[in-house]
Design a protein around this ligand. Sequence first.
Ligand SMILES: [Zn+2]
Length: 449
Amino acid sequence: MQALLRCLLSLAFCSTATTVATKQHKLLLISFDGFRYDYANEEPMFPAFQYLNANGVRAKYLQGAFPTLTSPSHMSIATGLYTESHNVVHNCHYNMSVGHQGSDFLSTLPVNYWWDTGVEPIWIAAVNQGLKSGAYMFPGSYATINGVSATKKVLQKQFMPYSQRSWQNRISTVVGWLKDEDMDFVALYFEEPDTLSHELGPDSKRVRYDVKSWVSNTIMHLLKKVEDAGLTDDLNIIFLSDHGHIPINTTVGSDDAVSLSKHINIDDIDFQFCYGPIGLIEPKPGKLVSVYQALKGQSNVQVYYKEEMPERWHLKGSDRIPSIIVVGEPGYYVFWKFPGYHPTRGDHGFDNELVNMRAFYYSIGPSFKKNYVVDGFESVHIYPLMCHLLGIQPAPNNGSLDLLLNTLVSDTDVPSVAVYLAVLIIACIAIYFVYCRRRKGARKKYKGV
Ligand SMILES: [Zn+2]
């Protein structure tokens, strides 16, 4: 009897302690480019962030991939791979072997070879496993990967200044995809606050107040549209960004601007590409050491041979990274010839361990806990979580589902019929056991009398 009781108790315990919600729902992934980790929870706190704090999961911060550029960071989110593994190492496509220097972020979005590196972003994984996926301007999503693309996709063709109508139109489109076209997964992208942070600086009043207000209004509008469409109970939503932003020290005419051409000769170089805080250098044969030594020790930059880059950057394994990489100290650009790259008042691309490079993360929906906070984590862990939520098999990746399982509603939060039955059976057996002992005791007492 006691063995049976122990068995039933352990059965009930297992069913309450180790399972997480497994019912599949639709999933919407939304990125607000450059939304720094600290914006959402500072005063004044806007309504959307109050709502998400109370009704969803918040991470203290999200650490994006290195370099903290938009395209590499979004690809790590979408694939769960570090940059050297998905190999989209830059916003701009380039070809070192022919000395071709990349163009820019927007014109690289439809350049297929740059994105089709043999990996499987979440919108492709979904289609390959029989689901329907959509992608609205999400970096990397316009490409065809191994002959497959998202079921529906919209390319970002220009930087569009914020307009309430434009952003609400995007929301109407993706909610329509989820409801009317029964899509299982959609990725949606907004280009702010990145654009204004570049122009005005990440600590400007306009970014820290106006843009946060736009983002908050957009989130509340989205949640209302989702509710109106009857999707609230069947849609999980992840809000995040790709990186933070840091004020830039370099100004036109500054003496401390970094100009590589002051230290090395163009005739010694096969390939160079300076963009924001990152300088990529491939010296001519026989010039590797002299070029490295000419740059090493210059102020406001860190200079690395490819193989001596920090392991935690997960970049040295890429065949798209040349022999020398120059990385600006916080707030400093790397120019070939100052000021060849249009200086801005805020930027990213720096070391992903810098506090100002941290991104933000919220999740909300039927599978997620409410009013729950998790420590900061790396963005590669989001891909296995998304696959779990969609019920699809993840491709090999650098993330771990275990890290975010505790953000999901456990089956114990809504006790299942099986748990109720187990408790009922245990109670009946216990009552019967007590009843039998009492009857036995009564018979002994009677015989004794
Ligand atoms: Zn970005």
